[in-house]
Ligand binder design. Structure first.
Ligand SMILES: [Zn+2]
Length: 292
């Protein structure tokens, strides 16, 4: 509950900061300073999902799409600290995402958040829940909606924030995934490499490396899409499975393992979350300003 309360507070903080220049991608009017011409709407989303925030300092006319993994019925990985406090991947991801958004906005970037509260991005119906858990069908559609939002946002770069999990609590470290099958695979790899290097430098956790998304050993992320063998948010077109693939360089970071008690403590601690957000900020800045 403590973690959840913290997340809600952060969400309110960000909304407060953004008063007057926040716009919903899915059709609500946006202020001129934040407007993107002809935003296609993304149907069926939560009201607090797919939200655009103008820069708070300077205007670089570049957009970073920040996706906090999981949310709502989908907790992601569940871990515990050494003192027995439960840490949910969805909560840590959202808090880091909100902190990263604040940093990048002050760097002059427009930020579009896949979600800003403890919800899925897609608005779920009763049929999307099975004994309180999200169905794999709903998870697939939720991930597709996140890719659709990144396209609707006209984002220049996509960063998806997750935390890792493993059955052995001694396993820890940092890893980052990208898709090698896209026409912009080289940019994906560069982004993933920049984010991974910044996270490892800042957190000092084990460097587990940069991987392509067909090497990801996490069936919950891809649900029944085993044959697709890519992350839905990063991967290429596949008729009937990924009809609206993300159209910008993207990477999925796993800064720490929440199943490792020491790393769960960092991932759920405000100072640790700030460190992760600052590392991601520096990785994004390196990618955005470095040689193409
Ligand atoms: Zn995850």
């Amino acid at each position: 509950m403590a973690t959840l309360a913290l997340v809600i507070n952060r969400a309110i903080d960000l909304s407060g900061q953004a008063a007057g220049n926040r716009g919903h991608i899915a059709g609500a009017p946006v202020k001129a300073a934040d407007a993107v011409p002809q935003q296609p709407s993304v149907p069926g989303l939560e009201g607090s999902a797919c939200v655009s925030y103008a820069p708070t300092h300077g205007h670089l006319d570049r957009t970073v799409y920040i996706d906090a993994g999981h949310g709502g019925l989908d907790p992601g990985v569940v871990g515990t600290t050494a003192s027995g406090r439960t840490v949910l991947e969805k909560d840590a991801a959202l808090t880091v995402a909100l902190r990263l958004a604040g940093l990048l906005r002050s760097d002059g970037y427009r930020v579009v958040m896949a979600r800003t509260q403890d919800t899925t991005v897609l608005k779920l119906s009763a049929a999307d829940s099975n004994y309180g858990a999200i169905t794999s069908s709903a998870e697939h559609r939720d991930l597709a909606a996140r890719a659709a939002c990144s396209n609707a946002a006209g984002a220049n770069v996509l960063v998806s924030i997750h935390f890792d999990g493993y059955s052995d609590p001694s396993v820890g470290g940092t890893e980052t995934f990208y898709d090698a099958a896209r026409t912009f695979a080289a940019a994906n790899r560069l982004l993933a490499t920049d984010l991974q290097a910044a996270l490892v430098a800042r957190l000092g956790a084990a460097d587990r490396g940069v991987w392509t998304d067909d090497q990801l050993a996490a069936p919950t992320l891809t649900g029944s899409g085993q044959s697709y063998n890519h992350l839905i948010e990063l991967g290429p077109l596949s008729q009937g499975w990924v009809d609206n693939p993300s159209q910008m360089p993207g990477a999925l970071v796993e800064p720490l393992f929440v199943t490792n008690p020491a790393e769960a403590l960092i991932a759920s601690d405000p100072a640790g979350q700030q460190k992760i957000a600052e590392a991601l900020e520096s990785g994004v800045l390196k990618f955005m300003t470095g040689p193409a």
